[in-house]
Every structure is written in structure tokens, then in C-alpha cells.
Write a protein of this length. Structure first.
Length: 219
């Protein structure tokens, strides 16, 4: 059986929340209103504080930003966004840790609530094997503004991982997970080697009780 390594993306591999950064980028590109920007900003602030960890309504609303956009057009926008806003935010220590697992022959998986096209861009840049993320619905090459399946968040991350076990032949007892937030607790709990990165206060407290490995990464 294979050893898998599950990396949360936002605030674990990257300094910041990719969706929040994308919304700010779209605002600067005059694609969204200030009111919408403010709503998203407040949601992410409360999310980081652990107040709205189970409320996905704003996330769903943010996915509807792409409604009517052609996939090709949005991919080009995301590539520009990645180059300007994301690449320089990737923690060097995260790259080192990813390379450590590559050298061990482990299968590395990025897992995130963020949109699949963006996470796949990060996956390709890091040259890792696969990603699991929230999938945007596409019809005739155009985004509908809806999602396929579930938002990959909290317990949904575990469901997505377990669904792939028969195909991937992962041994979770020998596998690793890295996360920063209490919403990552479900994936941290199912692996043999959980680790926390720049943890939120709530996760740090719980990890200390369980003697989980803690990393503090910076740019």
C-alpha cells in the first residue's frame, strides 16, 4: 500500500487564503464591487478566528463570481494571478518538506476548499502528483457559477480521501497530513503522522494535547 501526504494549501503551503487573495485581485481588476469584497473579507476574518468554520454560504457565493466566464479566459486570468500574487507567497519550508516526501517516494496530494483550476495551477508548479479541491461546474466551455459535488472543506476532505482509497491504495496509518486550521482537524486525525503549520490558537491547543508535530514557516 502507498504512503500519501495530504497538504492543505491556504496558510499551510501559501501565506494567505487563495480565495481571499483572488477576490482582492478581481477587485483591483474592477471585476467585482467593493461591497462584495467587504463581505468576502469579513467571512475570511471570521473563518480564521474559527467563528464561521461550518458556514459555506459566502464560499458558494464567491464561486458564482465566475458565472458566464469562458474556461479559457478564466484560466488565463488565474495564470496571471498566480504569477503576480501566489508564487511569491509559497513558503520555502513547504517546498523543502514537499521535496523531502518526494525523495521518500510518497504520493503528495494538495487538498483545499479553493477552486480546482487554481489548485491545479499550484499543483503543476510544485510538480506534485494530484490535487483534491472544489470543482467548478462547466457547460459548453463556460462556468455556470455552480459547483460539482461538495465544497472540499472540513469533513468533506476526509470523504474525498476515503473515496479514492480503493483506486489509490493509500495506507492512512502510514500517511501524513499538514494543516493550519481547526477545519483541518478531520484529515489530521485520520493519518498516522499529523503535523500542524503556523496553527490557529484552537488547533495549536488541541495539537499540544495530542503531541502532534508543529512547524512554524515564514517567507
Amino acid at each position: 500500500m502507498k504512503t500519501a501526504v495530504f497538504f492543505d494549501v491556504d496558510d499551510t503551503i501559501i501565506d494567505g487564503q487563495t480565495q481571499k487573495l483572488l477576490v482582492f485581485y478581481l477587485y483591483r481588476q474592477k471585476k467585482i464591487s467593493f461591497i462584495f469584497l467587504l463581505n468576502i473579507y469579513l467571512w475570511f476574518l471570521f473563518y480564521k478566528m474559527g467563528i464561521v468554520s461550518k458556514d459555506t454560504s459566502i464560499m458558494i457565493k464567491s464561486y458564482r463570481l465566475v458565472k458566464g466566464l469562458q474556461v479559457r479566459e478564466f484560466k488565463n486570468l488565474l495564470l496571471n494571478f498566480f504569477e503576480k500574487e501566489i508564487k511569491t507567497r509559497i513558503y520555502p519550508q513547504a517546498i523543502e518538506r514537499i521535496n523531502f516526501h518526494k525523495n521518500k517516494g510518497h504520493e503528495i496530494v494538495l487538498i483545499s476548499k479553493s477552486i480546482n483550476i487554481l489548485i491545479e495551477t499550484i499543483k503543476d508548479y510544485l510538480n506534485v502528483s494530484m490535487s483534491i479541491s472544489t470543482e467548478l461546474e462547466v457547460k459548453d466551455g463556460v462556468f455556470t457559477g455552480e459547483i460539482n459535488g461538495d465544497i472540499i472543506h472540513g469533513k468533506e476532505k476526509v470523504k474525498a480521501i476515503k473515496k479514492l482509497i480503493p483506486e489509490k491504495n493509500w495506507n492512512l496509518e502510514n500517511s501524513y497530513a499538514y494543516g493550519d486550521h481547526c477545519s483541518d482537524f478531520p484529515i489530521l486525525e485520520i493519518v498516522g503522522y499529523p503535523a500542524i503549520v503556523n496553527p490557529s490558537r484552537r488547533l495549536k491547543k488541541e495539537a499540544k494535547k495530542r503531541n502532534w508535530t508543529t512547524y512554524f514557516w515564514k517567507l
